[in-house]
Design a protein around this ligand. Structure first.
Ligand SMILES: *Cc1c(COP(=O)(O)O)cnc(C)c1O
Length: 369
């Protein structure tokens, strides 16, 4: 059996006619950027995340940059981020010439360790940027409480967590801004690049709306210096179609995660640690992460047996050459460092069959017995 890590083709074949007619419409209308479909996307995306406003953008990285910029973050400022995340989270801060300050990850949720945030706060700190990593909501109550005490803004990186909930409320509306990626492999993925922000703050919304389009809401009238971070109309059309199915696909991911965890338990593999979440969060399993012993050999065994896999992420940010100028040492973040050697991402997408899940688990069982 062959179990791909992700499978965008099966999903596409189910919505192909709708997608092609949507793309055809864009081509016929010849409005290619930020047109009616992008507007509709913004309305619907705000609605499904229970926020007042959303803006369609070019990428999730641009969303992080515009969010930081909207908060006035600049050279000399510091922003707190988890050390285990995709590099784009920190790049959003670097793009404003501010400094990312890393915090270790929690042993159980793999998200930012809220008990270690306060020690990282200085008089230069302006914001906390938690990530809902792998689709698991970060510990928002504690983060908001710390932010309030120290007068800091909170921006959520929601790129892996569309529709996830924390204490019954959708992510993306806890901080002043939520940032999203619609990279093809994300839970809500375009057929090209895409990103977006959510907010309930009218002033921040106005700023980001202008910044996206060269500081302009009226052609050739520029209120501020901006950028070109516009969403393409074809991508908005694709996302509008996919948004009709995102709840269903999210439920399928959750079911697959349950089946994985149940199967690992019933096989009784002591060498595998399955994902954990508090009962008041409802994760959306962008990735299904296990922690394992003897990982290198296990990966060889899985590759040989057609089970694709990945590492998210093999090198924590403080050990990346790109951030060597920050002067961190490998042992500064012991949890992240340990996890980098133990984590393994196994196949996860809505269209996986039960057989694929059983097969994946049984190949892991076979390796350890
Ligand atoms: C994918 C991702 C991003 C960046 O999104 P792009 O659309 O690829 O620019 C940012 N943060 C996290 C956590 C991501 O997973």
């Amino acid at each position: 059996m062959n179990v791909p890590f992700v499978d965008l083709k099966t999903q596409y074949s189910g919505i192909k006619d709708e997608i092609l007619s949507e793309i055809n419409e864009v081509l016929d209308n010849t409005a290619y950027i930020c047109g009616k479909k992008a507007k509709k996307f913004e309305e619907n995306f705000a609605k499904i995340h229970d926020v007042k406003y959303s803006i369609g953008l070019s990428t999730g990285t641009d969303a992080l940059h515009v969010a930081m910029h909207a908060l006035g973050i600049k050279q000399g400022d510091e922003v707190i981020v988890p050390v285990n995340t995709y590099i784009a989270t920190a790049e959003g801060i670097s793009l404003c010439y501010a400094k990312p300050v890393f915090v270790d990850n929690d042993e159980k949720t793999y998200n930012i360790d809220v008990n270690k945030i306060e020690a990282a706060i200085t008089h230069k700190t302006k914001a906390i940027l938690p990530v809902h990593l792998y689709g698991q909501p970060a510990e928002m109550d504690s983060i908001l409480e710390i932010a309030k005490k120290h007068n800091l803004n909170v921006v959520e990186d929601c790129s892996q967590a569309h529709l996830a909930t924390y204490k019954g409320k959708k992510i993306g509306g806890f901080g002043v801004i939520g940032t999203f990626s619609f990279y093809p492999g994300k839970n809500l993925g375009a057929y090209g690049e895409g990103g977006g922000v959510t907010t309930n703050d009218e002033k921040l919304y106005d700023f980001m709306l202008k910044y996206r389009q060269h500081g302009s809401l009226e052609k050739y009238i520029h209120d501020i210096e901006g950028h070109n971070y516009r969403m393409e109309e074809i991508q908005a059309g694709v996302l509008n179609i996919k948004m009709k199915y995102i709840q269903k696909w999210t439920d399928m991911r959750r079911n697959n995660a349950k089946l994985y965890t149940r199967t690992f338990e019933s096989l009784g593999i002591e060498e595998v640690i399955t994902p954990w979440h508090p009962e008041y969060t409802d994760p959306v399993y962008h990735l299904y992460i296990i922690r394992v012993k003897n990982r290198g050999k296990l990966i060889e065994h899985l590759n040989k047996n057609g089970v694709q896999n990945g590492l998210h992420y093999p090198v924590p940010l403080h050990m990346q050459k790109a951030y060597s100028h920050l002067g961190y040492k490998p042992d500064d973040f012991p949890v992240a460092k340990k996890f980098a050697d133990e984590i393994l991402s196994i196949p996860m997408y809505p269209e996986m069959t039960e057989d694929m899940i059983y097969y994946t688990c049984s190949k892991i069982k076979e390796f350890y017995s």
